[in-house]
Design a protein around this ligand. Sequence first.
Ligand SMILES: Cc1cc2nc3c(=O)[nH]c(=O)nc-3n(C[C@H](O)[C@H](O)[C@H](O)COP(=O)(O)OP(=O)(O)OC[C@H]3O[C@@H](n4cnc5c(N)ncnc54)[C@H](O)[C@@H]3O)c2cc1C
Length: 329
Amino acid sequence: MSKRVIVIGSGFGGLSVAARLAVRGHEVVLLEKRDKLGGRAYVYEVNGFKFDGGPTVITAPWLFDEIWTLAGRNREDYFQLVPCDPFYRLFDHTGRHFDYGGDAQRTLDQIDRWNPADKAGYERFIRSTKEIFETGMALIDKPFLRAGDMLRVAPALVRLQSYRSVYSYVSQFIEDDFLRRVFSFHPLLIGGNPLDAASLYVLIHYLERQWGVHYALGGTGAIVNAFGRLLGELGVQAHLNSEVVEILADGRKVKGVRLADGTIHQADIVVSNADVAWTYMKLIPPRYRKKNSDHRLRRLKYSMSLFVIYFGTKRRYTDSCLAHHNIIL
Ligand SMILES: Cc1cc2nc3c(=O)[nH]c(=O)nc-3n(C[C@H](O)[C@H](O)[C@H](O)COP(=O)(O)OP(=O)(O)OC[C@H]3O[C@@H](n4cnc5c(N)ncnc54)[C@H](O)[C@@H]3O)c2cc1C
């Protein structure tokens, strides 16, 4: 039966869920507090320069394809993904660089320039990431709500050495310190610290090698615009500058939301794409969330935040050794 659904927030999570629910025949209203769609993929425009506010590399393109397929459309008709080669260029403190990419032979050639003795270890490392990927991806979209959920996967996690950090896991295979950092920097992409993030995150190596690393032609904003077009075609009503200040409930049943300007939107279902602790603490009155009290939420450990500095330049640095994504380790 068709329901009236409110989605709070238009990050990729909110855009995706709005599309999926509309495809299933629900009446979907998307409420975004900012003046444009995109969330962390917001596009800033300053003095004629455009900046992708957050994500710029796409590592799981099939997730976009799946949504367009569900909607009976072809994703390529909406936006194009272009493979990055290399994936990233990593510099050491002396300015030497390592091109990190998906081609095994080219990677081995690069390792040869730094420490030939690490080539065999790298091949063993890459082989080991396959099983970690298969286990990790099976867990990635499962909620861990009870102790039993964790117990069920514990044996596999122990076998795959998830108790180790990414850096420690990589160090079993690689001896050169810079190469260790090259193959363990990935948790930084998700706000983690390679020295303490669980080694499960080495699955990103496998993911990148299997599907490549892509960028969207025209920038990540092109994906956000494509979602805007798709949602319009699916009949989703998107309201910008619409900040939700409270999720309204009647006993244990949700009724809708109240906006900062006092407007009430009724709904059978409310989906929040806002950060989870924010949703609980700011949008749901304490009487409806005995287990998720402010006290409990404040004591959780959160991933680190970041500062982003955007540079606009009037020249192209084609004569430098910079690539599209440069990382200094
Ligand atoms: C600098 C940076 C670089 C990144 N690079 C990459 C990358 O290259 N590749 C990659 O895969 N990932 C990258 N990420 C991570 C990726 O951007 C995020 O994981 C993803 O965009 C998060 O999407 P989301 O839908 O979960 O949440 P968000 O994008 O945070 O969306 C939440 C939305 O909810 C809205 N909202 C919140 N509260 C309310 C409210 N009360 N009422 C109405 N609306 C509300 C917000 O305005 C926002 O639009 C990067 C992140 C950052 C910050």
